[in-house]
Design a protein around this ligand. Structure first.
Ligand SMILES: [Zn+2]
Length: 249
């Protein structure tokens, strides 16, 4: 039974309770990390998952709050003796920067470091990966740097989750969200490259999703205010994401 977990739900300023936004998807065959926040190794263990089981990491864009934990996670996997290869997916620009970051850490000289391979995600709507239970595709969204949003579609029953990542309202968000069961939409606020909770509600209404989950909202926000703001435009169920929230299907 696939399991989708919100590991962290905060904007770029984490707290004790809320880590920066990153997510996992577990299926029978794959264990996928979506972005890599400040304390991934510990948070994955706390969520009852073994970090060594990771098969894929998808990096949505190269902003620190989405990628900062990656060097330490890779190092820790090496130190616990990982042997199996790992695939990292991202846009060309994202991968180029990850390689530069890792070369600063001298990862080419880590003895017996496990194999990491990169899969370039095209700058158009495209399937990133699939297995017997899910198909996961991405499309570019409108952020400050090249960024992708994601959609997970179940192959066993009609069920889908869309994740906008960091973005202004745009066609990519509408494509990802269309008819989704769950739309996980950022609500960082009124700033270039981001969306308000009200705009998240508008997107949820346009796409006729069943449920809206607000994520990446500032820690000083009053959650009821965010929900009320989104509800101006959207009459479905609205909740705010918290760390550890899970969805199964
Ligand atoms: Zn960002």
């Amino acid at each position: 039974m696939p399991l989708f977990t919100i590991i962290g739900s905060s904007n770029a300023i984490p707290t004790k309770k809320r880590d920066t936004t990153y997510l996992t998807l577990q299926t029978k065959e794959k264990y996928i990390l979506i972005d890599c926040g400040t304390n991934a190794f510990v948070r994955l263990v706390q969520s009852g998952m073994s970090p060594d089981q990771l098969t894929d990491i998808i990096v949505t864009h190269f902003h620190p709050d989405h990628v900062v934990g990656l060097p330490l996670l890779l190092m820790d996997l090496w130190l616990i003796g990982r042997k199996q290869p790992l695939i990292i997916h991202g846009l060309n620009e994202t991968i180029t920067r990850i390689e530069k970051m890792m070369s600063l850490f001298g990862w080419g000289n880590w003895p017996e470091f496990f194999q990491v391979s990169f899969q370039v995600v095209p700058q158009v709507k495209s399937v990133i990966l699939y297995d017997s239970s899910v198909k996961l595709w991405s499309t570019p969204v409108k952020h400050l740097i090249p960024t992708i949003g994601l959609r997970i579609e179940s192959l066993s029953k009609p069920f889908s989750i869309a994740y906008t990542c960091d973005t202004e309202p745009c066609q990519g968000v509408d494509d990802l969200a269309l008819g989704a069961d769950i739309l996980i939409h950022e609500s960082a606020g009124n700033a270039k490259g981001h969306s308000t909770a009200g705009q998240a509600g508008e997107a949820a209404a346009r796409a006729e999703v069943d449920k809206l989950v607000l994520i990446h909202y500032p820690n000083h926000s009053e959650e009821s205010k965010l929900i009320n703001e989104a509800a101006v435009n959207y009459s479905g169920e609205i909740i705010t994401a918290v760390d550890g929230m899970t969805f199964r299907w």
